[in-house]
Design a protein around this ligand. Sequence first.
Ligand SMILES: *Cc1c(COP(=O)(O)O)cnc(C)c1O
Length: 228
Amino acid sequence: MSILADQYRRVCQRIQQACDESGRPADAVSLLAVSKFKPASMVRECYQQGQRQFGENYLQDAMEKIPALADLADIEWHFIGALQSNKTRTVAEHFDWLATLERDKIARRLNEQRPAGKAQLNVLIQVNISGEEQKSGVAVAEIAALAAVVESLPNLTLRGLMCVPEATSDESQLRGQFQQMKQLFNELQQHHSCVDTLSMGMSADLELAIAEGATQVRIGTDIFGARD
Ligand SMILES: *Cc1c(COP(=O)(O)O)cnc(C)c1O
């Protein structure tokens, strides 16, 4: 078995085990394979292992791979990086999901630029759950208003929330941020029927995120290796 196939299998096992340990069904959590800075050949190999959802942070990097992998009909591309308003067209035309929405202007542009005949763009609102000043994401108090804007746009579907918690080795602090996200997710679900995705947890903390209710984990390093 190749190194990538082996690492991929281990990540899938970790997810399954974390689901078991928190009494959640194995299909409660999906895996987003974060392929930033990794070549199309590695994405293809991961696809051949059964993976379908891939996450990219940088548009230029992503657009070197997406056309090269166009033969993989059911591959799903998620944009998980910071999105400037002059770059929305690339996301609207080539991606299935945007995980990092934080401004209504971006939502409106994506709605206008989504090509006719393409499925609705799935959207997660990124929440600055740690409240760090320089961090991406909306404040907790701004979620409801942005969610209402997305809901009003016919070419977008609001699917849930995403966060990148504080980089801390303090597990209880991390757990607290995941718990807060879960609560915000539950509240959002009560008002928006399409909301089903809580994206949190990366290579180092996927077990904790799953224990606290993540429905999607985003894993790069532990599948594809370190980025240099
Ligand atoms: C890079 C990245 C990941 C994956 O992180 P790893 O630690 O490599 O698993 C997940 N989410 C976002 C937003 C990222 O930028």
